[in-house]
Ligand binder design. Sequence first.
Ligand SMILES: Cc1cc2nc3c(=O)[nH]c(=O)nc-3n(C[C@H](O)[C@H](O)[C@H](O)COP(=O)(O)O)c2cc1C
Length: 162
Amino acid sequence: MKTAIIYYSLEGNMDSIAQKIGSAHTADLYRLIPQKEYPTGRISKYFWAGKSATFGEKPKLVNETIDWEKYDTLIIGGPVWAGTFAPPIHTFLKDYSIRGKQIILIATHAGGGADKCFAKMKEYLKDNVIVETFQFVNPLTVKDPGTDKSIEKIQKLIARER
Ligand SMILES: Cc1cc2nc3c(=O)[nH]c(=O)nc-3n(C[C@H](O)[C@H](O)[C@H](O)COP(=O)(O)O)c2cc1C
């Protein structure tokens, strides 16, 4: 039984969570990278990334095709942008019609919007079993003891699937 973590991260928060989950070598990691990465400048990121999320864009990705069918469990995660998933996640969900999988959803955010984001992701994942959702508030800067507990829980869920 195999697990893949498929995620997007602009500023490293989701990446830190994916790396921690993957540190037990229980999952293959795929970081989605747009052909044209969004700027990280304080103002420009909210303008360009926010606009892209609001308009439901699906940017082209540089990633090679992900053979999702060989996995039993997919962990799909990324930051909340303007109350929805980041556009590279949109591209992934739209391009790959995922079905028949156990799915764990993860969102990182600065304080809100995860539930709406999960609801939108679930619309694309109707033919799967959503095992659980997890959210983290800016884990790179906000020290929350709950973070490690959630990571452990995810690792246990993956182990149960193995
Ligand atoms: C364009 C943009 C829009 C955002 N919108 C939200 C939002 O609606 N709600 C929220 O809590 N955080 C929002 N954030 C903050 C990010 O979700 C948060 O910092 C996240 O942890 C970043 O993950 P990353 O470092 O993996 O990119 C936004 C960030 C950006 C760049």
